[in-house]
Ligand binder design. Structure first.
Ligand SMILES: Nc1ncnc2c1ncn2[C@@H]1O[C@H](COP(=O)(O)OP(=O)(O)O)[C@@H](O)[C@H]1O
Ligand SMILES: [Mg+2]
Length: 246
């Protein structure tokens, strides 16, 4: 069974008189342990698709299941619960809580999960160590660089070992070197713990690190590629036709 099954999902938006088809009958399966990049020009539907899978928005037609459970017909409360336990989110703007330390930001999810204080602390420390921030647990987001903040966001996303981590352009605000090292980190977590990642990107360097690349165009899946694992190799990008997309 796939971790995520997207079936015939469409999503429309009204923009003035126009009706925009942000997603047009999308079918997608994500298997456990996959490390998938979703690419495509701006406006091709990447964010909209991630939002449907993450239960942050509802499709107009079609169904989505997470670990076999339909999320498209869940009530609000059950959906919130499912999101809390099954899905980790990483956003372009990090979305950390500014008044909380790195440690407290990572603990926050576990507070909602009603994990005991002692275990929360232990697991948050472990997660921060895993992302290379062992010595920075007391710093607030403002006292961390962009790359470090995104590492905190990754620690927060993986701390409860969700079924899948969704990341919408996680490297968009990082310089290319920092972005590459963030991707290496995600890949390492994927290798070591078989955490499933689905992320969107414009960045050819980031794309290069994925094992599977799904190309979106005008709200449809235009094509996809699968590659053997690249591990942490710092490969030079052989820019193909896709690298010009913005
Ligand atoms: N809330 C919204 N209201 C109106 N149009 C939207 C909304 N969200 C997305 N769209 C439109 O849907 C299309 C897909 O957008 P999006 O998923 O953000 O693309 P991407 O993330 O690939 O840049 C675009 O044409 C965008 O303008
Ligand atoms: Mg987007």
């Amino acid at each position: 069974m796939a971790i995520v099954e997207v079936r015939q999902v469409s999503r429309f938006f009204l923009s003035g008189e126009a009706r925009i088809k942000a997603l047009d009958n999308v079918d997608l399966d994500i298997e456990k342990g996959e490390f998938t990049a979703m690419v495509g020009p701006s406006g091709s539907g990447k964010t909209t698709l991630l939002n449907q899978i993450g239960g942050l928005d509802h499709p107009d037609t079609g169904t989505i299941t997470i670990e076999g459970r339909s999320i498209t017909d869940l009530d609000r409360k059950s959906l919130t619960e499912l999101r809390l336990w099954k899905i980790g989110f990483v956003f372009q703007e990090y979305n950390l809580i500014p008044v909380l330390s790195a440690q407290e930001n990572v603990e926050y999810v576990m507070m909602l999960q009603r994990v005991s204080a002692k275990e929360r602390q232990l697991r948050a420390k472990q997660a921060l160590a895993e992302v290379g921030l062992a010595s920075m647990e007391h710093r607030r987001p403002m006292e961390l660089s962009g790359g470090q903040q995104q590492r905190v966001a990754v620690a927060r996303a993986i701390v409860s070992r969700p079924a899948i981590v969704l990341a919408d352009e996680p490297t968009a605000n990082l310089d290319s070197k920092t972005g590459a090292s963030l991707l290496d980190l995600m890949h390492q977590l994927n290798d070591q713990h078989r955490i499933t990642f689905l992320f969107s990107t414009h960045d050819p360097m980031v794309m290069e690190r994925a094992n599977r690349v799904v190309h979106l165009k005008d709200g449809r899946i235009a094509r996809e590629e699968r590659k053997p694992a690249m591990g942490n190799l710092s490969v030079s990008v052989n820019s193909d036709a896709e690298s010009g997309t913005a």
